[in-house]
Every structure is written in C-alpha cells, then in structure tokens.
Design a protein. Structure first.
Ligand SMILES: Cc1cc2nc3c(=O)[nH]c(=O)nc-3n(C[C@H](O)[C@H](O)[C@H](O)COP(=O)(O)OP(=O)(O)OC[C@H]3O[C@@H](n4cnc5c(N)ncnc54)[C@H](O)[C@@H]3O)c2cc1C
Length: 348
C-alpha cells in the first residue's frame, strides 16, 4: 500500500498531511523541533487562505483562536504614505497558534509524528520495509522550508517580536534603509513587529534591533505606545527565489518554501504553503507525477514571484517609493496574489 512521508510540520507539511489523509493513505510526519515555538514571520494571513483553511477542516477552530481581522494596508516610504482597504479582510494569527492548529488537525485525522532532523542519510530508515520497491511506495513531501545558505556580502536577515499595547486593524509596512518592517496585530490584541534588513544596515547599529527600528521616524511613532513582550527572534540569511523550483526527483513532492521563497512583503507565503502543501500531499498520495505537480504549483505562483522580484530590484535601486506613488495600492496587492485561485478547486 502507498504511504506518504512528510518532512517538516510547518503550514505546507501539515496541509500536505491533511490532503494525503483525505486520500486514505497512511501518513508520517517528521519534524525537527520537539516543541511548538514562535517563528519569525509577519503572521499576516492573506484573505484567499481562508477558503483553504476551510477545506483543511480548521476554519471554525481558527476563528475560535480570535485572530485579528485585518482590513487596511498602509505602506510608509519616509513621509509618503499609501493606504487602501483590502478587497476582503485578512487575518493576523501567530505562527505558534497556526502551526499548532494545523498539526493537531493532521494528528487527529491519523498522522503519526516523529521528531528528528531528517538528512539524506537518515531518510532510508523511514521506509516501511527493506523489501525491494518499498521506497517507491513511499512518496516524500519535502516541506522543510527555505534553504538558509547564502554567500556573505548582501545577506538579509529577518527579525520579529511581539508587543503589548493598543491594537489596530491595519497591516503597516515601513520601508527604510533597504529594509522593511511590518506591524500588525495577531490574537488577543498582541502586536507583531517583523522585518527584513540587509546585514550592512543591521551592522551599523551593532545588530541592536530596538535601536534599528527607531531609525524610521514613522515606525518609531507607531511603536511609541507599545512595549516588547519577548526578546527579538532572528532568522537568516534569507535568499529569495526568482521562480518556483522546476526540477524534482520522481518520488519527491516539494511544497511551501521548499519550492521557492517569495519576498515576504507580499504577505502570501503562508497562503502559498497551504495551497502547494495541499496539492503536493494529494498528488503524493495518489501517485501522480511529481513533475506535473511542481508545474501546477509554478503556474499558480508565477505572478507573486515575478512581482516581488521586480519590487525587490526597485527597492535595492532606491526606486520603489517613486513607483509606489504612481500605482494604486489595490493593484500592488493584486499583483502579488496567486493566479486563478477564485476558480480553482483543490480537490480537482
Ligand atoms: C521575516 C519573514 C516574514 C514573513 N511574513 C509573512 C507574512 O506576514 N505572511 C505570510 O503569508 N508569509 C510570511 N512569511 C513567509 C512564511 O513564513 C513562509 O512562507 C511559510 O512559513 C512557509 O511555510 P513552510 O511550511 O513551507 O515552511 P516553514 O514554516 O519554514 O516550516 C518548515 C518546517 O520544517 C522543519 N524542518 C526544517 N528542516 C527539517 C529537517 N531537516 N527535518 C525535519 N524537519 C525540518 C522546520 O522546523 C519547520 O517546522 C514571512 C517570512 C519571513 C522570513
């Protein structure tokens, strides 16, 4: 009997597990972390993700966690501010809660979970028997997140902390010094502050993030009534992908950031992870071509990748502010969304 082995229990891995279990195949998840933890993430959940959360069977529980409804989007470039209302509301929920919710759902449906950092060498230990051909019957969903290796020089790092204070229902992005910092609320009125900055910019203030975030006047003003709840978490180096991965081993189904890492300013990484996790888990369970699955994911994600690569180029060249002044905010948002989702059936 075919089975599915999932590497990584982020949104992509858990969505893949739920999709594979819907095909009635045994599912095992291997996750390197033993405990639930906070992750460096803006924690903005794009409106289109709501339908996928419903398909995954977690929508009611998601709402019970009291995520913040996010209605407006505000971009700050120095003194220039650009504000628009989202076509449908997005949500703010911490990754601590979201990842926990999805994994619990997979386990409730029958997935088993082992805790181990899988390497190519240790992978063979997880096939059900040593019989010839056994490995062919176990499809692997690769959902281990983004690769972290990057050459020194123009390296980018991510950081995040939760703050207490007055809550708001907008996601705000502050652009300065080749960096950006997002501020938005998650559950229980907690404010998440998360950013990405080049190593060179962080270096100039000795990597002291409390100092760094005060470099933008607008951001300093926004943070004034807030107080930090836990120490800054950092991650990196971060390497963006210009396109989605195109080649895969016939028995491996990559999903989420393992397919490619889109610039987080798009606020679509979780959406992409849920969507491609579902597609990969379902294809792996059915024994469909992994190459075909990757091509399908690539067709869906092409637009946000293309737009974010262009925007990053403009940001690096110091032109993003001028372009943003000309383009309506709602266009910017639409250009970073996955393609054809409205007419798309996950179970097709
Ligand atoms: C600074 C920053 C801000 C962001 N902000 C947003 C945002 O506001 N909205 C949004 O939608 N997206 C955002 N993203 C993107 C989003 O976080 C990712 O796209 C999303 O987490 C991808 O999910 P995933 O399941 O593919 O990977 P991950 O969430 O990275 O999960 C991978 C899992 O695999 C496990 N793992 C790794 N290696 C192994 C191994 N060898 N063996 C076993 N387990 C392993 C890890 O422990 C982890 O639990 C942001 C990203 C960054 C860096």
């Amino acid at each position: 009997m075919r089975s599915v082995l999932i590497l990584g229990a982020g949104p992509a891995g858990s969505a893949a597990a739920i999709a594979a279990l819907a095909e009635s195949v045994p599912v095992k998840i291997l996750e390197k972390s033993r405990q639930r933890r906070h992750k460096v993430c803006g924690e903005f959940i794009s409106p289109e993700a709501c339908g996928i959360l419903a398909e995954l069977g977690v929508w009611e529980q998601f709402l019970r966690l009291e995520p913040t409804r996010i209605r407006d989007c505000v971009l700050h470039f120095g003194r220039l501010t650009k504000k628009w209302t989202l076509p449908e509301c997005g949500y703010g929920l911490s990754r601590y809660e979201l990842d926990g919710l999805l994994l619990e759902r997979a386990v409730a449906l029958g997935a088993t979970v082992g805790h181990e950092a899988v390497t190519n060498n240790s992978l063979g230990n997880h096939f059900p028997t040593d019989a010839p051909g056994a490995a062919d019957k176990t499809a692997i969903v690769l959902a281990t997140g983004r690769k972290v290796a990057a050459p020194p020089g123009k390296r980018l790092f991510g950081f995040k902390a939760h703050f207490e204070g007055p809550a708001a229902d907008a996601v705000e992005l502050f652009f300065f010094d080749g960096s950006y910092v997002g501020v938005s609320c998650v559950e229980r009125g907690i404010t998440n502050v998360c950013g990405i900055a080049p190593e060179s910019a962080l270096h100039t203030c000795g990597f002291r993030l409390d100092e760094f975030v005060l470099r933008s006047e607008a951001l300093a003003e926004r943070l004034r009534p807030l107080s930090r709840k836990f120490k800054w978490l950092t991650v990196g180096p971060l390497v963006y992908s210009r396109t989605v991965r195109t080649w895969v081993d016939p028995n491996t189904y990559p999903a989420g950031d393992a397919l490619g890492f889109v610039d987080p300013f798009t606020g679509s990484g979780i959406l992409n992870a849920l969507l491609t996790g579902w597609l990969s888990g379902s294809a792996a369970a059915r024994g469909l071509s992994s190459q075909g699955c990757v091509a399908r994911c690539g067709a869906l994600l092409g637009k946000p990748y293309w737009t974010s690569a262009l925007f990053r180029g403009l940001l690096d060249a110091g032109c993003a502010e001028h372009l943003a002044a000309l383009i309506p905010g709602s266009w910017l948002f639409r250009l970073t969304r996955v393609g054809r989702l409205a007419t798309y059936r996950l179970c097709a």
